[in-house]
Write a protein that binds this ligand. Structure first.
Ligand SMILES: *Cc1c(COP(=O)(O)O)cnc(C)c1O
Length: 496
């Protein structure tokens, strides 16, 4: 199998090349040239495997240029109980009748990003070796809070790499900020920018695709790559937990083999939900993929009308990892839905860059509505939902997951659809203790760790060790820069 660029279908690279490079030179994203299949029988048998072995099975269909031993090295290095707090890696917790929380936050940084970013350093260093370059890889990350920390943990002190993370100064939670600014490791850098996530992401994308910058790096024995979900090596690992979840539901006898499920995903950059779409295309029986947004509801409008329009107010919400108006991975979905028409993608995304708006064709609208539904809720509704499920089911969830629960409740009311449903639970509530406590109606002082203790008291959930340890850590990264100065910061840090 090969990988093409969404902006040039002639591009033909191996998975190792796609992962090492991160983004295509034309600014497009790498997508597989064909979507591999999985049979119901394979899904049934998968129930007997460990998470790492399920991952091995699925990866071998996508990373066809990797040897079995290479993939095994990657999955065993990532998906183990040294890195994750549970044997199952991802947990499936029943919420109410026929509805499950897919808890993807039992990794070292307590957000679903760990599911991919624990394995990405293995995939990336293996890819770099396979393509035969001797360049050192510089990972650039724009983060809305969770990717940054997860990437830092994944890449810290990984030989042959350095990692630089940019986050919006006022756009992350107190705990997320503490996680990133206290990061250890000899090859890491963290910097706040004056702007929002879209500014950070655009800045990184621009630096990536600038030929002059690439040359300056190459002259210094360096190359860029990405740990954002624009990198195929971030996206592929996310397909696995949806495939694995279906196998798990069969094993639990929660569904019959072949019975469709709904998947609800709190969405920002569209990476997580796109992974659900790939699982569906592989043959996992999925009825609807339900896209949940916060007040930044550009995706809700897009899925409901076919018009993508980012010309709207940007809202800072209590679910900051979804405060995004330009969802990168939508480009991959549209490439598949429009029959891999790269000219069409260039036109739409050219219009997005120029006017902030595009409208897809009637065929694409129809295809979108076949697989997807969408809804959104505001902060008040998010908080009310946290309280409701805390009171009703004694389950404490984070602000992002609550958006998904609310959108699902609305969907169910509107459609009466009682298909078995899996809600992606994307972060531990401890990453957003202040908002979760105020939703539940419990009060704590100003100090973040007082809030954590209070949340432990009311939720009865154990405090993740990695978060408890931050309390006594010193702040190491204090710099804030203008978004125009990102390149300068990178070069300074790299000593160029
Ligand atoms: C990143 C993130 C999201 C959004 O995921 P995308 O793949 O960007 O759509 C949702 N919730 C949490 C907690 C996150 O960290």
């Amino acid at each position: 199998m090969f990988y093409k660029s969404t902006r040039n279908s002639e591009v033909n690279v191996t998975s190792a090349q796609a992962i090492a490079q991160g983004i295509s030179e034309d600014g497009g994203l790498f997508v597989p040239s064909e979507l591999p299949k999985i049979t119901l029988d394979e899904l049934r048998q998968m129930g007997d495997l460990s998470y790492a072995d399920r991952a091995l099975f699925v990866f071998s269909k996508y990373l066809t240029d990797f040897t079995g031993a290479e993939i095994k090295y990657c999955v065993d290095g990532a998906y183990n109980t040294k890195n994750f707090e549970t044997d199952n890696i991802a947990e499936l917790a029943p919420l109410f009748d026929g509805t499950y929380m897919l808890e993807l936050w039992h990794g070292p940084t307590c957000a679903f990003k760990d599911m991919a970013l624990q394995i990405l350093p293995y995939l990336l260093t293996t890819s770099v070796k396979k393509i035969g370059t001797d360049k050192k890889v510089v990972i650039l990350v724009a983060t809305s809070g969770d990717t940054g920390k997860a990437a830092l943990e994944g890449f810290k002190d990984v030989e042959g790499t350095s990692i630089l993370v940019f986050y919006p100064e006022d756009g992350v939670s107190a705990m997320q900020k503490k996680q990133m600014t206290t990061q250890d490791g000899a090859n890491v850098g963290v910097c706040a920018i004056k702007g929002n996530f879209d500014d950070a992401q655009n800045g990184v994308k621009k630096i990536f695709t600038d030929p002059e910058t690439a040359k300056e790096l190459a002259d210094n024995g360096l190359m860029f790559s990405s740990a954002n979900s624009i990198n195929w090596g971030r996206l592929a690992p996310q397909i696995i937990y949806y495939v694995s979840t279906y196998a798990e539901l069969i094993k639990k006898q929660a569904i019959d083999v072949g019975e469709p499920i709904n998947i609800v995903v709190p969405t920002g950059n569209f990476g997580n939900i796109l992974a659900g779409y790939y699982a569906k295309q592989m043959g996992v029986p999925v009825n609807k993929l339900i896209c949940a947004s916060n007040a930044n509801n550009v995706l809700t409008d897009f899925i409901n009308t076919g018009v993508y329009d980012r010309n709207r107010a940007f809202h800072t919400t209590i679910s900051p990892s979804m405060d995004i108006l330009i969802s990168s991975n939508l480009e991959r979905l549209l490439y598949h839905l429009c029959g891999e028409n790269d000219a069409q993608i260039r036109e739409w995304f050219g219009a997005l860059a120029k006017d902030g708006r595009y409208e897809v064709s009637e065929e694409v609208k129809k295809a979108l509505s076949e697989s997807f539904c969408a809804g959104f809720c505001d902060d008040e509704q998010t908080k009310a939902t946290i309280k409701e499920i805390y009171d009703k089911y004694s389950y404490t969830c984070d602000t992002h997951t609550a958006v998904a629960v609310k959108v699902y409740e609305d969907y169910k009311k509107a459609t009466g659809d009682d298909t078995v449903t899996v809600i992606a639970s994307t972060a531990s509530p401890y990453k957003f203790s202040g908002s979760v406590l105020s939703a539940i109606g419990a009060e704590a002082g100003e100090d973040e760790f007082e809030k954590v203790d209070k949340l432990a008291e009311v939720s009865k959930l154990p405090i993740p060790k990695s978060l408890a340890e931050l309390k006594d850590k010193d702040i190491r990264f204090k710099e804030t820069i203008d978004k125009a100065d990102m390149k300068q910061f990178i070069f300074k840090t790299l000593g160029i």
